[in-house]
Design a protein around this ligand. Structure first.
Ligand code: ARG
Length: 574
């Protein structure tokens, strides 16, 4: 165990239990006047009707702390202040330096986690909501995988339903080759809108479209082939976007709505057998308990429309059942915007009452807010259209390239292009992940691309600086036998940050609140900046120099790991 806070709790807990006569949670936190502070004696003293300072002193007498915190003391109204022994800090650092996982343990109980994310719609442009889902989902995949879970990626592509009648008819009108071209180069909006225009303007087209939907649902081979052309073109485009973004989604992870078609009839049958289906205005509905509209009337979850078509909810029900029963996932994550909360909760409630979703499986809606523009409104182009995601990325990379050219004109063209990509795309991802995901967040190039502040470039740059110190010292990997010497306050602060990684990873793996990981990395980079300014490395006497080189190396590795878990590249130079 390398986590100082956990070590302290392990030592304090038995002492508290002895004083209290029952187990007490001796929660500690980073202190203002000490490395850590424990406030447990205050609550306990109140409970026992005793003086808090006395209780704290008794805890300290009973706790075995001399090898960890020889100067542990009572302060103020009854706080326990704990400073870690510098020698002990040194050995803890040496332990994580020798560990390729930097002290982060694997999950005690690895499980099968399924992540449903991205989910764009065929023949429609991906919008910024899909971008958020893709970025947050990718970070979830990475951190859970790093913890040792089996992670299954599911791209719940919208690839089925009524719009396909009109889309297939439009495809026939313009010709297959032209359609395939438009879709794969990503002119999805153009394609979709042209189909929509024909549908709105032309009665004959509308009629053909309706017949086409029926033929599609009946499995007519020609229609299915044309549907396939549409889907394949869009998939190629989405895959290109994922590659550009550097997320782990591949074509093998596409499990579109159509994947569940065969299971829909049995979903409806089981619902009917359980007596959960009711007809309402011709549609088949479930009315899960506890969901009402503003008038207090029960809210329907429509599973089959009056025209016989199954809809979004039916597919989601089939998917939950399949994911639990057939795939065996025990944790299901739905990375979907907050506006779909009610839909998901109704699906989950229905699945629970059917027994499709039961312990030990848990389901979580990993929800997120809107992306806003400068004006504080939902991000759109000036003309009011929704913004094409690739254009956002292009712009971020172009701006990053300009910033880097100014900062380091010596980089060769290839390196500069690679760094611009890492910084531009990284900044977009970091901007998203560093905000509390449940809140709306403002998309602001200047802020996210700044080299100062809580941004990707700041962290990437901090790592580049630590690597360049190692380079200047002529050291590739520091001597693994070095036990760092922690003397200066700046060294101490950096050491404590480096040692706090495991608890952050554990917390974020559970909460999927990635802004806690970005806050941690930002604090680490800030501690490193202070260390960099206050503590000479290359010029220091040999023992101190070796020790500080190890700190630089640990900082670089921790930043690289943290950024990688967020899906952000860390260039070696910039
Ligand atoms: N295609 C949907 C949309 O664009 C997102 C799919 C989310 N996943 C799910 N299982 N419902 O809104």
């Amino acid at each position: 165990m390398v986590n100082p806070e956990k070590l302290l709790i392990e030592r304090l807990a038995p002492a508290f239990a002895q004083v209290a006569g029952t187990p007490v949670d001796p929660s500690t936190r980073r202190g203002r006047h000490a490395d850590f502070q424990c406030d447990g004696a205050l609550g306990l003293a109140r409970r026992l009707g005793r003086d808090a300072r006395e209780v704290a002193a008794e805890v300290l007498r009973r706790a075995r702390l001399d090898d960890l915190c020889p100067t542990a003391r009572v302060a103020g109204p009854g706080f326990i202040e704990l400073d870690l022994d510098p020698a002990r800090l040194g050995t803890l650092l040496a332990d994580i330096a020798a560990d390729p996982r930097l002290g982060v343990p694997r999950a005690d109980r690895p499980e099968t986690v399924l992540v449903d994310y991205s989910g764009p719609n065929t023949a429609k442009e991906m919008h910024v909501g899909h971008l958020r889902s893709t970025i947050i989902g990718d970070a979830a995949v990475r951190i859970l995988d790093w913890q040792g879970h089996t992670v299954l990626r599911r791209n719940h592509l919208g690839d089925w339903g009524t719009p396909f009648g009109m889309l297939i008819e439009h495809l026939l009108d313009i010709g297959e080759a032209e359609a395939a071209h438009e879709l794969s180069v990503g002119d999805l909006t153009g394609f979709y809108q042209a189909a929509r225009r024909a549908f709105d303007a032309d009665e004959a087209f509308r009629e053909h479209s309706r017949k086409r939907v029926v033929a599609l649902q009946a499995g007519d081979p020609t229609t299915l082939r044309l549907w396939h052309v549409l889907v394949a073109g869009s998939k190629a485009y989405f895959t290109a976007v994922y590659t550009r973004l550097g997320v782990r989604l591949t074509e093998d992870d596409f499990f579109g709505e159509s994947h569940y078609n065969d299971r829909l009839p049995s979903v409806i049958r089981e619902l009917a057998e359980a007596g959960l289906l009711r007809e309402s205005e011709g549609a088949q509905c479930v009315f899960p308990a506890g969901f009402t509209n503003r008038e207090g009337e029960p809210l329907p979850l429509i599973v089959r429309k009056s025209d016989g078509g199954f809809n979004y909810a039916a597919t989601d029900l089939a998917a939950v059942r399949q994911r639990v029963r057939e795939v065996g996932a025990t944790r299901l994550l739905y990375v979907i915007g907050a506006p779909q909360r009610e839909h998901l909760e109704m699906v989950f409630a229905t699945a629970r009452s059917m027994g499709w979703l039961a312990a030990p499986t848990r389901v979580e809606h990993v929800d997120f807010g809107y992306v806003l523009g400068d004006d504080g409104r939902i991000l759109r182009t000036r003309a009011g259209a929704s913004i094409k995601l690739v254009d956002l990325l292009d712009e971020a990379v172009a701006r990053a390239r300009a910033a880097i050219a100014g900062k380091n004109p010596d980089l060769d063209a290839d390196t500069r292009a690679a760094v611009a990509r890492a910084v531009g795309i990284g900044a977009v991802k970091y901007g998203d992940l560093s905000a509390d995901r449940r809140k709306d967040y403002r998309f602001d190039y200047d802020r996210m691309l700044a080299f100062d502040g809580n941004t990707a470039p700041y962290l990437q740059y901090a790592r580049v600086r630590s690597l360049s110190i190692l380079r200047r010292a002529g050291v590739g990997t520091p001597d693994p036998s070095v036990v760092p010497i922690v003397r200066e306050p700046a060294e101490r602060e950096l050491a404590l940050r480096l040692l706090a990684l495991p608890e952050v990873i554990e917390e974020v793996g559970a909460s999927l609140e990635f802004h806690r990981l970005t806050q941690y990395l930002f604090a680490l980079a800030t501690a490193f900046t202070t260390f960099f300014e206050k503590c000479p490395v290359v010029r220091a006497e040999p023992a101190i120099r070796d020790s500080r080189l190890t700190l630089c190396d640990l900082t670089a590795r921790t930043l690289a790991l943290g950024l990688d878990l967020l899906g952000i590249e860390a260039p070696d130079r910039m």
